[in-house]
Design a protein around this ligand. Structure first.
Ligand code: AMP
Length: 216
């Protein structure tokens, strides 16, 4: 049976960084809804244009378009063995849709690591975040700087600061997260799938705790 891991946590907690490491370690596909929207934005697709209006305001893209984008993504061959889902689901409607989608593949969500940190940590992290244009590799000017300023260590592409990482938008994204995504924490806790992890620790320590929680 395929393995699907849902990473939950507020914006800026390091979910994307951990998702990439986890995908490399487990050899599962990394499916990031935020990256998929940004890719659509870069390619100027209709979906990208629609998503931009919500992303710029720090709001969630409507459930129906988000769900069909993920359905298409996880139907691809590289998700046959499963995937690390990063940023999806983010609402109870998306969580229901995911359950139904996975049931079609005779699968289910296996584990839900929930990475947490105080709001002050989240604002500081997003404020100094730089993202690679080509593959979305993530850096922080203070905590994990690239070897050469403005250039990705992995693929040499340009690093940029996301528009929605501005302080006002981050504060809004955190509020949206608390209102719309927090119910999922309780939902997965009740299902016995939630693994709580302190995201205020250094990246390597979070990875260690995450991997050992998943191995149990
Ligand atoms: P992220 O890179 O996960 O922080 O996502 C960036 C932005 O993309 C979010 O602030 C939303 O506007 C949008 N987005 C990403 N994932 C979802 C989702 N599952 N549902 C709705 N909107 C999303």
């Amino acid at each position: 049976m395929a393995t699907f891991i849902v990473l939950l946590g507020p914006p800026g907690v390091g979910k994307g960084t951990q998702a990439k490491i986890l995908a490399e370690t487990t050899k599962l596909a990394h499916v990031s809804s935020g990256d998929l929207f940004r890719e659509n934005l870069k390619n100027q697709t209709e979906l990208g244009k629609l998503a931009k209006s919500f992303m710029d305001k720090g709001e969630l893209v409507p459930d129906d378009v988000t769900i069909s984008m993920i359905r298409e993504r996880i139907s691809r061959p590289d998700c046959e063995a499963g995937a690390i889902l990063d940023g999806f689901p983010r609402t109870p409607t998306q969580a229901d849709a995911l359950e139904k989608m996975l049931a079609e593949f005779a699968s289910e969500v296996n584990a839900v690591p929930y990475i947490t940190a105080d709001e002050s940590v989240l604002v500081e992290r997003t404020g100094g975040r730089w993202t690679c244009r080509e593959h979305g590799h993530i850096y922080h000017e203070k905590f994990s700087p690239p070897q050469k300023t403005g250039v990705c260590d992995f693929d040499g592409s340009e690093l940029y600061q996301r528009d929605d990482d501005k302080v006002e938008t981050v504060t809004k994204r955190i509020r949206v997260y608390l209102e719309q995504t927090m119910p999922l924490v309780e939902y997965y806790r009740k299902c016995g799938k939630l693994l709580e992890i302190d995201g205020a620790q250094p990246v390597e320590q979070v990875t260690r705790v995450l991997l050992s929680a998943l191995n149990k």
